[in-house]
Write a protein that binds this ligand. Structure first.
Ligand SMILES: [Zn+2]
Length: 400
């Protein structure tokens, strides 16, 4: 007896996906794979293009395009599925339905009552550890949450970085740090973090919603040498254009494009990086939930912006927002290749969209429809996303 599998279906060991129209790999060096099928076992991609159909879960893609689940490199989770910024609940599930299968925290700094004006290193370390432990094995909404990002404050010691690394945190972030007052200490933080494999991110540009973040432009960034320039084209306010150019030219840092940023700066940044043959430096995030709101389509909107106005192809834009962002944060997701977690989307052209197929639609700025979403090989969304218009055709999922 076979029945349609959907939300909440029990985990199955093997999954096949076949009749694919196209496959985007997540790898900028080879954005498209010449394969029309995929085989998954125990949540991990095992085979590409072998045509194997027989599996416990069989997904007839009916010509849809397979892409890696999107990796939102800049989010602000707080506790579970609650975001105090807009008093919203359920936002992570909404993001999943917008194609995001992993979110990376850029700091759990939206707690009501959090005393941002009294920098206390112990409090920020505690907060990062708490967030990390609350999300290590807990997936509200079904997506993966990479949280426990420590905001860097004056007065931290090397042991703080030891503790954070031991907890399994991935990222530390400069945002409220008084750069001009304590430059040697800031540099020590960068060194301590890098020595432990922690990714150093910086809030770049103007002041944030809190009013208390420290502006950071070319002078700070070229001195500190963070791994990732957070929302390089604004989140919300970007550094001046000539300073952004200087950061591109004088550093080799990853450059984050955020949905919450300035679209004109984003187009300039993407075009400039493209001209320099340095697309591998771009990462993508939403910088939400925030004053910008909760934006389930934020990643897809940014992909469409880059593909329509930034001079990159739609497959390249999708790779930037999946594998490349995962790589920048040292995450094991974002790619469609043997050995990678099966975090996947089946997308297709929406009825009435421009372009003959979904990749062409994206290249002129139209959003894709999403039929199915898998995380670790489990079908979490099918036959269609609740946040996107449906694609012309829906995948057919059968389970035995
Ligand atoms: Zn942010």
């Amino acid at each position: 007896m076979r029945e349609a599998a959907g939300l909440g279906s029990p985990r199955k060991r093997s999954v096949s996906i076949f009749n694919l129209g196209a496959m985007v790999t997540g790898d900028l060096a080879h954005p498209l794979a010449d394969a029309d099928s995929l085989y998954i076992e125990d949540g991990v991609i095992r085979e590409l293009g072998t045509g194997r159909v027989s599996a416990e879960v069989e997904i007839d893609a009916r010509g849809l395009t397979l892409v890696p689940g999107l990796v939102d490199g800049h989010t602000h989770p707080t506790f579970g599925d609650f975001s105090p910024t807009q008093n919203s609940v359920g936002w992570t599930q909404a993001y999943l339905h917008g194609g995001t299968t992993t979110i990376v925290s850029a700091g759990e700094l939206h707690l009501p009552g959090l005393p941002l004006d009294k920098p206390d290193p112990k409090l920020w370390r505690y907060l990062a550890v708490l967030a990390r432990r609350c999300t290590a094995d807990y997936r509200p909404g079904g997506l993966k949450i990479v949280a426990g990002t420590m905001c860097l404050m004056p007065g931290m010691v090397e042991a703080d970085f030891d503790e954070l690394a031991a907890e399994g945190s991935r990222v530390v972030k400069f945002i409220f740090y008084p750069y001009g007052e304590r430059p040697e200490e800031a540099q020590a933080y960068v060194d301590w973090a890098k020595k432990r494999g922690l990714v150093v991110k910086i809030h770049s540009g103007g002041v944030s919603r809190s009013g208390l973040s420290r502006p950071a432009g070319a002078a700070v960034i070229t001195t500190l040498r963070p791994d990732v320039v957070g929302h390089a084209s604004g989140g919300p306010i970007p550094m001046p254009l000539e300073e952004l150019d200087e950061v591109v030219e004088r550093t080799d840092a990853f450059l984050e494009v955020a949905y919450a940023g300035n679209p004109r700066w984003t187009v300039h940044l993407v075009q400039k990086v493209r001209e320099r043959n340095e697309l591998h430096r771009l990462t993508v995030g939403t910088d939400t939930p925030s004053g910008t709101g909760t934006t389930p389509r934020g990643m897809l909107r940014t992909i469409a912006l880059m593909a329509s106005l930034g001079g990159v192809s739609a497959p390249e834009a999708l790779c930037l927002a999946s594998g490349n962002t995962a790589r920048a944060h040292g995450l094991q997701t974002g790619f469609i290749r043997p050995g990678s977690p099966a975090d996947l989307l089946l997308i297709g052209r929406i009825v009435g969209a421009n372009g003959r197929d979904v990749l062409e639609a994206l290249s002129v700025g139209d959003l894709p429809g999403i039929s199915a979403i898998l995380v670790d090989g489990q079908v979490l969304v099918a036959p269609r996303s609740q946040q996107m218009p449906p694609p012309e055709r829906l995948a057919v999922v059968t389970t035995s």
